[in-house]
Structure formats: structure tokens, C-alpha cells
Ligand binder design. Structure first.
Ligand code: NIG
Ligand code: FE
Length: 388
């Protein structure tokens, strides 16, 4: 195996509590990677020798972003819907059916190529771990193929047959829940790590969501929930009760919801791209952080409500609009996402962690919020491989 010394790092974000501050910062730092893992971090002056050398030129190095919520198996886009929304039309879950029709009509090769394109697009912006949901197929075959395709690109695959009720079951939602908890689950479980449900008016209510998540758990999947996005509702409480890894969106929270998240191991995953692209009020990250909840930031990348793959954009919006400090937002976009995926090998730079590294074309991680919209990726390593 070949070792590489990355030296002359101006600011190293480790997220390792043995170093100072929320981000575990080391100034004038170096990192050694060997094969796919980090083997050493510390002050550059103390760095051991390695086979190869990379000069970071005084810039900031941080863990690759962990995007723990994305919907990337789809075809087509919804430009017209976005355009209409920006002229005043409201966002509803109904638009999902437009993408369902386009996705069903697409070939496996088209869906695979589209997904590969988005994974690459995200990687170019520093995302080295990405979760991917099904949810635009809504038949047994289409959901299973979405997850089969997703599993070729990421281990973080999520069964979201319960995105909305399939059009064929519009008059029989109970029948659709039976399908999602039965035959569809059987076909999808082999390709999925997680089970998710869109618990929302116009999608699935609390009882339906509980049945779907419980069935998934019985098949060995771990729950995560689209909760409290468009309105107050039972999603967050259900997520906490079932020990879900994450409650996602968390835009409309009661004090009891905030307290439940704070007292749980369920991460509050905030998706500012969705509020940006639907002209909705942003979730209150400050309230969650002050209560003691663990917060993650993710893109929710999908063609309807949030067509961005940029974690840097989410960081900038979270800092400007959601009461997060730059350090808190960077933390949420790295180790926060890792916690939402129950991963300890990513989201931090420490001996034993996977060598997923983002070198910024900037001296400090604060620049991710300070220089919104500016491409700041200088280099990316994924599992020790220099990708760009
Ligand atoms: O997370 N909320 C449900 N699902 C997506 C939206 C999907 C769509 O509009 O196509 C979301 O925002
Ligand atoms: Fe989503």
C-alpha cells in the first residue's frame, strides 16, 4: 500500500474531540493516509515520512461531506413546476407523481447514468458519502430496480416505497400500504439498508407510517422518516419512538417535538434546499441546537423540492437563515450526516477513519458560508483515492 503525506494544511478540521473546538481544529497540520484510511493527523512539524507528498499550500482540509438525504434515482426534471412556484404556486407532494411517470418510463441504463452523473456532481463539490432513496417507482418492480441501481453507487440505500400513494391505488390507500409492507418490501429489502416514509398530509399519516416503518424493521431495515416538512404532525414523535436514525426536514416543530429529538439518539436532519426551492420558511436549527439535539445538514437532492447537490450551498443557507454558526453548519454537514447514517468511519479525520478528504480553495472552513456560490473544491480524496 502507498502512503501519502498531505502537509502544509493551514486549518485541519478533524471533528475529533481530542482537538480544540467543535470542529477539532489543528492549525499548521498534516495528515497521512495509507490505502483507504487515515493513519496519522497532527502538527505538520511532527509528521512522519510517507511514500508520496502533497502540498496543501496553507489551505483548509476537512472531512468529505456526508449527504445523508438524497433522492437520485429518477428521470426527467420539473423545471415548469419550479417556474410556476416562483410565480406564486404552492409546493405539494402531488408533483412527485410527475417524476414517477418519467422514472417508470426510463430504462435501467438511463436511470443508472443519471444517478452516476449526480454522484459525480456531488463528489466534485466535496461529497464523499451520499444516501440514495427509492420512491419514484411505486410499483414492486420499479422500487426494486431503483434500489438495485442505487446499491451499485452507494451502500446507503433507502426504501421509500411510501413516498406517496401510487396513482393506481389513489382510491385504495390501505391497499397500497399493504403492498409497501408486503410484496414490495420483500422485493426491496435485499437492496436497502434503511426504510423511510413521507409522513405528511397528502402522503402517509402517523398510523400508516408506523405500519410501514415497523414492517421494514422486521425485515432488518433501520428507520428514518420524512417528518414535519409541510405541516405539524406525528412524524418526529414517531421517529423518536421507533429509534429512527434520523427525522428529516423538521420544519414545523412543537416544543414537545424539539424536546423529544433532544432527548433521543434520532438526528434532526435539516434540508434547507427544500425551503429555498419551495419558498417556505426555514427550519430553526438554533432552537434544536440550543435544546441539545444533534443536527445534520443534507441536500435532499431531488427534481421537485430541492434540485441541488451542493452541501456548500446548504451550509451557506443554514448559516444565513437558520441561526447556525459556520462551525455548527460544517459540523452538521460532515459528522452530523455521519451520525444520521450511524457511521463512525466517515465525517471525521482521525487515525482509522476512511480517507475521505476535501481540500478547500480557501484558508478556513468558514469560507463555505462566507463565499456563497463560489466553487471552493481544490481536491477530493474518497477512500484514499484522489478523485479530483
Ligand atoms: O424530501 N418530501 C418528500 N419528498 C421530497 C420531495 C420529492 C419531490 O417533490 O419530488 C422531499 O422534499
Ligand atoms: Fe426528501
Amino acid at each position: 500500500m502507498t502512503s501519502t503525506l498531505i502537509s502544509n494544511i493551514g486549518t485541519l478540521v478533524t471533528n475529533d474531540p481530542s482537538h480544540p473546538g467543535l470542529l477539532g481544529i489543528v492549525e499548521q497540520a498534516a495528515v497521512v493516509i495509507d490505502g483507504s484510511v487515515v493513519t496519522w493527523t497532527g502538527r505538520a512539524a511532527d509528521a512522519p515520512a510517507a511514500d508520496q507528498h502533497y502540498d496543501a499550500a496553507g489551505r483548509a482540509l476537512l472531512p468529505g461531506f456526508v449527504d445523508s438525504h438524497a433522492h437520485l434515482v429518477f428521470a426527467g426534471d420539473r423545471t415548469a413546476e419550479f417556474d410556476a412556484r416562483m410565480s406564486g404556486q404552492a409546493y405539494t407532494a402531488g408533483g412527485i407523481r410527475t417524476t414517477v411517470a418519467a422514472t417508470r418510463a426510463a430504462s435501467d441504463a438511463e436511470l443508472d447514468a443519471n444517478l452516476a452523473r449526480f454522484v459525480r456532481e456531488a463528489l466534485r463539490q466535496g461529497t464523499t458519502t451520499i444516501e440514495c432513496k427509492s420512491g419514484y417507482g411505486l410499483t414492486v418492480e420499479d422500487e426494486a430496480r431503483a434500489l438495485r441501481i442505487a446499491a451499485d453507487h452507494t451502500p446507503e440505500t433507502t426504501y421509500l416505497g411510501a413516498h406517496v400513494v401510487a396513482p393506481e391505488y389513489a382510491e385504495d390507500p390501505a391497499g397500497y400500504v399493504d403492498l409497501v409492507t408486503g410484496e414490495m418490501l420483500d422485493a426491496c429489502a435485499p437492496y436497502a439498508r434503511w426504510v423511510d416514509v413521507f409522513c405528511e398530509q397528502g402522503a402517509f399519516d402517523g398510523d400508516q407510517a408506523r405500519a410501514i416503518l415497523t414492517a421494514g424493521v422486521e425485515r432488518g431495515l433501520t428507520p428514518r422518516v420524512h417528518a414535519n416538512q409541510l405541516s405539524y404532525g406525528p412524524g418526529v414523535q414517531l421517529a423518536v419512538e421507533l429509534g429512527a436514525a434520523s427525522a428529516d426536514h423538521c420544519t414545523h416543530l412543537t416544543d414537545a417535538d424539539v424536546a423529544a429529538l433532544a432527548g433521543s439518539g434520532t438526528v434532526a436532519t435539516l434540508l434547507p434546499g427544500a425551503e429555498f426551492s419551495t419558498r417556505a420558511a426555514y427550519p430553526d436549527a438554533r432552537r434544536l441546537l440550543d435544546a441539545g439535539a444533534t443536527v445534520a445538514l443534507s441536500t435532499d437532492c431531488n427534481p421537485g423540492s430541492s434540485f441541488t447537490s451542493s452541501m456548500a450551498f446548504c451550509i451557506a443557507v443554514a448559516v444565513r437563515e437558520m441561526g447556525m454558526t459556520p462551525d455548527e453548519a460544517v459540523h452538521a454537514a460532515t459528522v452530523g450526516g455521519a451520525r444520521a447514517l450511524r457511521r463512525t468511519d466517515v465525517g471525521r479525520i482521525a487515525p482509522g477513519a476512511r480517507a475521505d478528504l476535501l481540500l478547500l480553495d480557501a484558508p478556513s472552513p468558514v469560507h463555505l458560508a462566507y463565499r456563497p456560490g463560489v466553487p471552493l473544491t481544490a481536491a477530493v480524496w474518497r477512500a484514499g483515492v484522489r478523485e479530483l
